[in-house]
Write a protein of this length. Structure first.
Length: 152
């Protein structure tokens, strides 16, 4: 949904704030990239293969300083493979090759609102399920773009 405010004339404070915001967003992106580069360089000095053991790892530095490195593994469930995997588990259990376990204890599903589905409801329908849907304003994002050509 796009709402265009056509008759807005920025004052000097708006112009200063928007210029500062653009500078800060560019600096933040550069700072973040540099932070990641330096973090990876420090890790590669301590862990020659670049692989950090999972969990909190304390590296003792001179004069009592400690470098705390938190090793992580990111997991993602490949949804396309879930049903086939459940079938394979059932086969292995039935054949006595593995002991039975609950797939649902490993992979959890949490409710997630489909915005298109929500927006397609009538107010009466929304009223029926409002007790399980919380709505609150989010932080607006902004973008300032140069015009493609001069505006006359």
């Amino acid at each position: 949904m796009s709402n265009i405010k056509r008759n807005f004339t920025p004052d000097a404070e708006f112009n200063r704030d928007s210029a500062e915001w653009m500078e800060l967003t560019a600096k933040m992106a550069a700072d973040k990239a540099r932070e990641i580069e330096l973090r990876n360089r420090l890790i590669s000095k301590v862990y020659k293969n670049g692989v950090v053991p999972v969990g909190t790892n304390n590296v003792l530095l001179p004069e009592g300083w400690v470098l705390k490195v938190n090793g992580k593994v990111n997991y993602r469930v490949e949804e396309d493979a879930v049903e086939a995997t459940k079938g394979l588990i059932a086969e292995k259990v039935a054949a006595g090759e593995i002991t039975e376990f609950s797939f649902d204890d490993i992979v959890k599903y949490k409710p997630d609102l489909s915005l298109s589905g929500w927006n397609g409801l009538t107010e009466e329908q929304k009223h029926l399920i409002r007790n399980c849907v919380t709505e609150r304003p989010g932080q607006a994002s902004i973008e300032i773009t140069k015009p493609k050509r001069a505006i006359r």
